[in-house]
Structure formats: C-alpha cells, structure tokens
Design a protein around this ligand. Sequence first.
Ligand code: ATP
Length: 221
Amino acid sequence: MKKTFAVIGLGRFGGSICKELSREGMEVLALDLDETKVNEYREIVSHAVMADSTDEFVLKELGFTNIDHVIVAIGDNIQASMLTTLILKEMGIKMITVKAQNDYHEKILNKIGADQVVHPERDMGRRIAHHIISDNILDYIELSDDHSVVEVKAGEKMGGQTLIDLDIRAQYGCNIVAIKRGKEVIVSPMAAEEITKSDVLIVIGADKDINRFEKHLVVEG
Ligand code: ATP
C-alpha cells in the first residue's frame, strides 16, 4: 500500500514538501490555520483542510491515526509546534518529522519523541557556506553533529593522481565512497583508479578530517 503523508503548516517549507510529495504521486493531507494557504494548496494535494493542529479531537476526526508520516512545518509558533508533536506522538503516529526554529526548540522536540528534527535554514546556511569557501565544494550534507558527506570537484590538485597516490584515508582519515565522471558513477572506487580534474568525488568522514582534506586538496590558490 502507498504511504500516506500529512503536512501541518503551509509556509515556504511545508508548502514545498507538499508540492514535491504530490509531484511524486503521493497522497498528501495538507493542514493550516490560514484559509488562504489552504485554498492555495487545494488543487495541489489530495486533501487540504483548514484546522488547528493543537486540537487533538480535530486531528482524530480528520483520520490522522491512519497517516504513516506527518511533517510538522509550523515555524514561529514554537508552542503550537511542540504541542502538535506531542499530540501526534500520543496518537501513535509512526513517523513524525518536525521543523525546528532554533537549538532549544530542537532539544525539546527530541525529548518529546519527534522521529526526525530538521533545521532547514541552519543546514542550508552550512551547505552554502561550504560552497562559498571554494567553487570546488559542490555540496555538503551533515550526517551527525560531527560527521558529513561532501561532494567536491577533484580540480587541479587531485587530477591525474590515483587514490593510492593521494592516500586520502591515511592522510586525512576520510573515504572517497564514489566518483561521478560525467554520467558514470563509480561506487567504492579501486585504489588504482586515476582521478581526472573534472571528476566529482563523494567524500565521507569526520568534520575535522574533511576540513583538513578541503584545506589541502580542494581549496585552490
Ligand atoms: P516558512 O519559513 O516555512 O515559510 P515559517 O517558519 O515562517 O515558515 P510560519 O509562517 O510561522 O512558519 O508557519 C507556517 C504555517 O503554519 C503558517 O501558514 C501558519 O498559518 C501555520 N500554523 C501555525 N500554527 C498552526 C496551527 N496550530 N495549526 C495549523 N497550522 C498552523
């Protein structure tokens, strides 16, 4: 059976989740206090309703207990976001993703039992900062507080060398898990693989090791 989703809060974040899930053919129930927002999403999602998510009775009436994954995308009203999460948790929703507004909000959401807490502004800020450091750093994904994955253009410093020559694991403590070469993706490349300067390397490791790797091999000039 197809998974069902509900998105609470139709700001920019919740709205873009609704659009993307619907584009992927998913069944989405969208909910917001604001009638204008609800009307905006009527044609996009399977069901759009105007309601207050802090009202447990309303959520039950709307059939939230049958929804597989609920995304709480309420921003400014931290109290409403926490109360909604608590109600959903008590209703036994299997997967609850919540957008956190700040670190304090995130801490409480984790305590309440949110399955996934996202911090889109902070995470996007970090990704862009890494990209600003060097044109060769294409993307940055945080895996935990101290581990990440970066996508980097090999560039002049690494081009023409093999993975053995670069000895990245021993020198920097991080691993190249894949190489993108045009349309080809080489997963778990062999040590003898020669890198070309236009290759894109997917590197995983501890942040401190990735920082050293970036400083020495990625940032040019
Ligand atoms: P974004 O950055 O994603 O645009 P935001 O962080 O500025 O959003 P808000 O605009 O404060 O977030 O909230 C997102 C939406 O959540 C709003 O459209 C608001 O009407 C809705 N919302 C707030 N409280 C509730 C509630 N209790 N029940 C349902 N919807 C709510």
